[in-house]
Ligand binder design. Structure first.
Ligand code: NDP
Length: 478
């Protein structure tokens, strides 16, 4: 090993994040103190408190919904699309201008590696605003009628795994279609959404068009159930999604749910294995596996299973885990102690149920919430690690003999968000994709996100699509 050169640390400076000791919520165009208990947001890589954030009380939700209604009726809902587009373009450009600051802040608050926040989260967030700005004056050509109308006030609740990107996925189409917004970021990751609020203020959006209210789940529920909201968009766990669907039944509110997943990444025996290994690594270790569409079940054809597993262990051993701000880091911190506990519980269940565990020998930092990349072999379909969303850097490997068996096992899940297929044959890709019950099927690649491509699930992964022309439908009265 002595002839292997170590990477020199290449940390991005945390000064770039312009971190402030206090952040306030954004309501009716102003940053104001919320009436809720302030929360302390923590850097999951060090467990230090980053900032204190004011939170909303139910009275603030009510004020925000009323402000959103006023601005919808007086300004935004009747503004010509070409005018709305100018504001949305401005937001897109300002995100790009402040991309380095946003990337560092996201990595500090969420724990994800800087190379991911820098190369994926922030550029994709900006791209969503650019893309939807283009639609604002062309809604009549989206195939949804000659003059589709907005819905009104959108209530949006987002999770902690892609805080800025999820805010962009939600806010950009809502604004392009002429709706106003009240958004609740996740409790553990409120900071980049509040910097986005600054951008929105500087972009001169009329007050009340976008309101951003940090708070816990009860404030999410308050927003969802507020009678002044016309449309709810939720991304998060299937349990909360079911709760929301139950509480909205009969209310007439339009709803889209983007929930959990347990995606199969199928590797056929003719696949280019080295390329497949890269895709499998990206599929499950990207963002510490905190990805609803993560390729968390690898299904490999039996004849190449041993070879693939060996290659996978070798590759995963080289992943560098640690300081999210280091540009060499591949796997950052788990977002919270709660999530780390959940990963540990499911990994213990995997061992107890008889799967064979392999964990990367990488060193773990002494402080912070970290979990070493782990691969389970000899997994059977009945095990919890094959059925439940672990939402961590843990891969479950199952085998198959025939393409029919691969498809049957891939579809043997209550979810249906995404899937991957690795093979050299185009005909096999089409054959398998046709049979896969998943909203997105990637072929010889994985975890590709683009604002032009609709994203969403089947079954317990939710319903409705975000992105692309289809995604506009969720924000229009059609
Ligand atoms: P949640 O579904 O609880 O959180 C998602 C968002 O919903 C957060 O903003 C949360 O607020 C809010 N919320 C919580 N309860 C309610 C409610 N009753 N009504 C309205 N909004 C509510 O996910 P968790 O963060 O608890 O994660 C648990 C598990 O869910 C993970 O282990 C993972 O398996 C899965 N998950 C899936 C995601 C996906 O993208 N599909 C994203 C996140 C989690 P608060 O932050 O205060 O809790």
């Amino acid at each position: 090993m002595s002839d292997i050169w170590e990477y020199a640390p290449a940390p991005e400076s945390r000064e770039i994040a312009n971190l402030r000791p206090n952040y306030r919520m954004f309501l009716d165009g102003e940053f104001v103190e919320g009436a809720g208990e302030p929360l302390k947001t923590v850097n999951p890589a060090t467990e230090e408190v980053l900032a204190e954030v004011s939170t909303a009380a139910p009275s603030d939700v009510d004020r925000a919904v009323k402000a959103a209604r006023r601005s919808y009726e007086r300004v935004w809902g009747k503004m010509p699309g070409a005018e709305r587009a100018k504001y949305i373009y401005r937001i897109a450009r300002m995100i790009a201008e402040r991309s380095r600051e946003l990337a560092v802040l996201e990595s500090l608050d969420n724990g994800k590696p800087i190379k991911e926040s820098r190369d994926v989260d922030v550029p994709t967030a900006s791209a969503h605003f650019f893309y939807h700005a283009g639609w604002a004056d062309k809604l009549g050509y989206a195939g949804l009628g000659p003059d589709p109308r907005p819905l009104g006030v959108a209530g949006q609740v987002i999770p902690w795994n892609f805080p800025l990107m999820m805010a962009a996925w939600k806010i950009a189409p809502a604004l392009a279609c002429g709706n106003t917004v009240v958004l609740k970021p996740a409790e553990t990751t409120p900071l980049t959404a509040l910097v986005l609020a600054e951008i929105i203020q500087q972009a001169d959006l009329p007050p009340g068009v976008v309101n951003i209210l940090p708070g816990a789940g009860d404030i999410g529920a308050e927003l969802v159930n507020h009678p002044g909201v016309d449309k709810i968009a939720f991304t998060g766990s299937t349990d909360v999604g079911k709760l929301i669907q139950r509480s909205l039944a009969g209310s007439g509110k339009k709803l889209t749910l983007e929930l959990g997943g347990k995606a199969a990444n199928i590797v056929f025996d003719d696949a280019p294995l080295d390329q497949a290994v890269e895709g499998i690594v990206n599929g499950i270790f990207f963002n510490q596996g905190h990805v609803c569409c993560a390729g968390s079940r690898m299904l490999v054809q039996e004849s190449v299973a041993d070879e693939l597993l060996d290659k996978l262990h070798t590759r995963v051993s080289t992943l560098r885990l640690g300081d999210p701000l280091d540009k060499n880091t591949d796997v950052g911190a788990i977002n919270s102690r709660e999530q780390l506990d959940r990963i540990n519980e499911l990994v213990d269940a995997g061992e107890n149920e008889g799967a064979t565990r392999w964990t990367s020998p990488c060193p773990l930092p002494e402080k912070g919430f970290f979990f070493a990349p782990t691969v389970f072999a000899d997994v059977s379909q009945a095990m919890r690690i094959a059925r439940e969303e672990i939402f961590g850097p843990v891969l479950s490997v199952l085998t198959f003999r025939t393409p029919e068996e691969a498809v049957a096992k891939a579809n043997n899940t209550p979810y249906g968000l995404s899937a991957g297929i690795w093979t050299e044959k185009g005909s096999r890709i089409l054959w398998a994709a046709d049979r896969m019950r998943a909203g997105v099927v990637w072929a010889n690649t994985f975890n590709r996100f683009d604002p032009t491509a609709p994203f969403g699930g089947y079954q317990e992964s939710g319903f409705g699509r975000e992105g692309g022309r289809t995604g506009l439908e969720a924000y229009l009265d059609v």
